[in-house]
Design a protein around this ligand. Structure first.
Ligand code: VGL
Ligand code: ZN
Length: 184
């Protein structure tokens, strides 16, 4: 008999800089916090592992405008902007994943340059629920990498918001995720 695969929740980058008032604010970014709190509570009560990623850049990160990148400085290590939004309230046993720590590499995905995949495999996780900020950047990249790594993946649309630098970017991101294997 096949033992049912385990499911994990991945909370992506619900940080002050991606919320209204932050350096790279996602419209209504903070509105995902109470929704993710509910998912986290549900997962926690059923014993499912929860991971939370943070964009965690050095001051001289290549994605910043000073180095020719597209973004204003954001989520600089140790700053208020890099902290989780105060309305995000996750259980104590969440595993934190820091990404984008290499000054010379972009890392939108929580899998890029981290041990997230190994940790999930070690816990026999087979299925992921992914939500957070931003739909058209880090959530999309995380979902695509999860699918590539062979995890059955669910995108939590209700618990995600996009930057939409160009109008429609978030819808496009959903299409890309579907092309990458996300069940529609
Ligand atoms: C993100 C832009 C730059 C994200 C991170 O978390 O979606 N977007 N760095
Ligand atoms: Zn970033």
């Amino acid at each position: 008999m096949k033992i049912a695969g385990k499911t994990a929740l991945i909370v992506v980058d619900v940080q002050n800089d991606f919320c209204p008032g932050g350096a790279l604010a996602v419209p209504a970014g903070d509105s995902v916090a109470p929704i993710l709190n509910r998912y986290a509570d549900l997962f926690s009560r059923s014993g499912a592992p929860i991971y939370a990623t943070r964009d965690w850049h050095p001051e001289n990160h290549l994605s910043f405008k000073a180095r020719g990148g597209p973004w204003p400085p954001h989520c600089v290590q140790g700053t208020k902007g890099a902290e989780f939004h105060p309305r995000l309230s996750l259980p104590r046993n969440v595993t934190m994943i820091l990404k984008g720590t290499d000054p010379d590499r972009e890392a939108y995905s929580g899998f890029q340059g981290t041990d997230l995949a190994e940790r999930l495999r070690r816990q026999q996780v087979e299925r992921l629920f992914v939500g957070g900020l931003a739909t058209d950047y880090c959530v999309k990249s995380t979902v695509l990498d999860a699918l590539k790594a062979g995890f059955e993946t669910v995108f939590l649309k209700d618990a995600s918001r996009g930057v939409d630098v160009q109008p429609g970017d978030s819808e496009k991101a959903v299409e890309e995720m579907k092309k990458g294997g996300l069940p529609s």
